[in-house]
Design a protein around this ligand. Structure first.
Ligand code: PA5
Length: 443
């Protein structure tokens, strides 16, 4: 089971302070359970793991099997919560050199619709030009510009390259049950489609088809992912003393109230880079509102000790650090001895590379605490689907609790609309005539 260690925040926030939040945490948990918290239309994620049925997983796996047999490459079109969870899990579970070692057993998984880079899309379509490819089009609203743009290009290319009949088999939609252009298109074209439940918002949707289908297509064990989340759902329903998600939420809140406004999520495994990207969206979009919220940042260590390490050690003391640590790597690699010892590293000969990594982690943690940075450590036994399932639900539950401690609605994102309004006005979208005039006057 995932473990949480908050002992290294003690010099900054006492255990008594954390424990004193027990009643507020309990009230937040109750409000989630009773559906009385702000944004209560979107708490479908709370008991999502335990409500997943074998039939649902069978349907996902059957669709994944079709895409796996019919495609050398599958493009996941989606942005924000409609791609980050899948990307995070797939990267975490894949070989670090998946592009080079792909033996053809699994389709290459690509992502699009999460940017509007012309070079990105152009290079993607060129790459796909020689491939038997399929598309999973993911958008809850079904109207998101980035995703719709990419999907239009990919749909056309897929139909031209593979013919309309095959395209129908290898394009899958994951969207709202009734609303939005993605739904209209899926129904008209007769694509296989999955519904994103109304009461689950994008950034909490990784355990719906939004995350599960791409992860299954990539060849990973979604049963174990769900099992991990189910086990954490039980653990994270307990009172503060026995609940790591609640303790993490209380610790964050206590640090925030002491002026630690930035949280840096650190990992010591490059494969976790996108877990941090997913986590930044989960916490950033959920709590950054009403002029409140911990700013979620991230570093990949030890890499970034040679860039951001200086700032973390000696910069402004408004940060705290949360380390995700993987106890056991998948592979074993011993550091070799060298007769000449020109690099002076023979003292490490015979040690596992991970032992060096773990000492780097411990040494960094102690240095950062000495430098005035409170440190939280989250450890998982190994980087597999089961433990990632635990980690995902752990963060979701902690986020749901923490937002209530902060007093914000975790489940809306009103601030995201501002750029869209300006972009549509600048592009002259029909219906935006007044906004176009107003924005042009500012240029
Ligand atoms: O968490 C959220 O709700 C957002 O980040 C959405 O996932 C993102 O904006 C994409 O929206 P949609 O799935 O409607 O295309």
């Amino acid at each position: 089971m995932l473990t949480l260690d908050i002992s290294k925040i003690a010099p900054f926030v006492s255990t008594e302070t954390i424990n004193a939040y027990a009643d507020r945490v309990a009230a937040a948990q109750k409000a989630l359970e009773d559906g009385t918290c702000p944004g209560n239309d979107y708490i479908g994620w709370l008991h999502l793991p335990s409500s997943i049925t074998p039939d649902f997983l069978t349907d996902i796996k059957a669709t994944a099997a079709i895409l796996r047999s019919e495609c050398d490459a599958v493009v996941i079109a989606g942005i924000g919560g409609s791609y980050l969870g899948a990307k995070a899990v797939i990267e975490a579970l894949s070989n670090s050199f998946q592009w080079l070692v792909n033996d053809g057993k699994n389709p290459v998984i690509l992502f699009a619709g999460n940017n509007i880079g012309e070079d990105y899309l152009s290079e993607l379509t060129t790459y796909l030009g020689t491939k038997r490819f399929g598309v999973i089009n993911i958008s809850k609203s079904g109207t998101t510009t980035e995703t719709a743009l990419a999907f239009r290009l990919l749909k056309k290319q897929c139909e031209e390259q593979r013919g309309k009949d095959v395209a129908k088999k290898v394009i899958v939609a994951i969207t709202d049950a009734k609303r939005g252009a993605a739904r209209t298109c899926a129904d008209k074209e007769g694509y296989k489609s999955f519904v994103i439940p109304d009461n689950v918002g994008g950034r909490f949707s990784v355990l719906t088809p939004v995350g599960l289908l791409p992860i299954a297509v990539a060849g990973f064990d979604i049963d174990q992912l769900v099992k991990g989340a189910q086990d954490m759902e039980k653990t994270a329903a307990q009172p503060l003393a026995k609940n790591p998600a609640a303790q993490y939420a209380a610790a964050r809140y206590a640090l925030y109230t002491k002026g630690k406004k930035i949280e840096i999520l650190a990992n010591y495994q490059p494969k976790l880079h996108f877990i941090a990207e997913w986590w930044k969206q989960l916490f950033g979009e959920s709590e950054g509102k009403d002029n409140k919220g911990v700013y979620p940042a991230s570093v990949d260590l030890t890499t970034d000790l040679h860039s951001m390490g200086q700032w973390i050690q000696e910069g402004e003391r408004t940060i705290f650090e949360t380390v995700i640590s993987v106890e056991n790597p998948e592979h074993k690699l011993l550091f070799p001895s060298d007769d000449e010892n020109l690099d002076g590293l023979n003292f490490l000969a015979g040690k596992r590379v991970d032992e060096v990594n773990k000492m780097a982690e411990l040494g960094t943690q102690l240095a950062h605490v000495d430098g005035g940075v409170p440190n939280i450590r989250i450890a998982i036994e190994r980087l597999d689907a089961y433990h990632l399932g635990q980690l995902i639900y752990f963060f979701e539950k902690a986020c749901g609790i923490h937002c209530q401690l902060l007093g914000v609605n975790a489940f809306n994102q009103p601030g995201v609309e501002a750029y869209k309004k300006n972009m549509f006005a600048l592009l002259g979208k029909p219906g935006y005539e007044k906004e176009t005039e107003a924005i042009k006057a500012k240029l």
